[in-house]
Write a protein that binds this ligand. Structure first.
Ligand code: IMP
Ligand code: MG
Length: 180
């Protein structure tokens, strides 16, 4: 049976500190002269997004709109055969806007790439991708997040928004699912 490991992989304070650093970098790179549209990918993004928007706000960034989408990639492995299924689209008009596309993790890379490419067809000023976690060993396509808090090994992790069968999203830290 798979259960959450007792010792966190990333503690609450490590996560908090790193989100602050990332917000600092985003504000330094992108400026605070124009508000962002933040587009979060539900459901995994919810906790990271809540912390990220506050960390950005403290540093002078403002949001034009906070919006969410529900999307998943489907189809077999290769780049060309993967498609994106949008179960809930953005309500925000992102034409001409600076968009931060936020997800919990970049794993194979399909979800973030397909979602970003779809948003790019709507004429935004830009779309920057932001993730809490990155599992580079699992990548199947040429895709990197513009901003990512932690690079982790190829392990299945839960907590801080990430689930195993819809469970454990509420945990305030990240831990590994392991066989007992
Ligand atoms: P992709 O493989 O990069 O398209 O990521 C698809 C989705 O898989 C992510 O948005 C997560 O919801 C989920 N996912 C990938 N790795 C993990 C994990 O270690 N724990 C929980 N969810 C994961
Ligand atoms: Mg997800």
């Amino acid at each position: 049976m798979l259960t959450p490991r007792q010792e966190p992989l990333l503690t609450e304070s490590q996560i908090r500190e790193r989100i602050d650093q990332l917000a600092e970098k985003i504000v330094a790179d992108l400026g605070t002269d124009k508000p962002f549209v933040l587009a979060g990918l539900l459901r995994g993004c919810f906790m990271f997004t809540a912390d990220l928007v506050r960390a950005l706000s403290i540093r002078g960034a403002t949001l034009k709109e906070l919006d969410f989408m529900v999307a998943s990639s489907y189809g077999s492995g290769t780049e060309s055969s993967r498609k994106i299924d949008i179960q809930r689209d953005l309500q925000a008009d992102i034409s001409g806007q600076r968009v931060l596309l936020v997800d919990d993790i970049i794993d194979t890379g399909h979800t973030l790439k397909l979602t970003r490419d779809m948003l790019l067809t709507r004429g935004p000023e830009y779309v920057k991708t932001v993730t809490l976690l990155d599992k580079p060993e699992r990548r199947e396509i040429d895709m990197e997040a513009d901003y990512s808090c932690f690079s982790i090994p190829n392990l299945f992790v839960i907590g801080f928004g990430l689930d195993y069968d819809q469970k454990y999203r509420e945990l305030p830290y990240i831990t590994v699912m392991e066989e007992v």
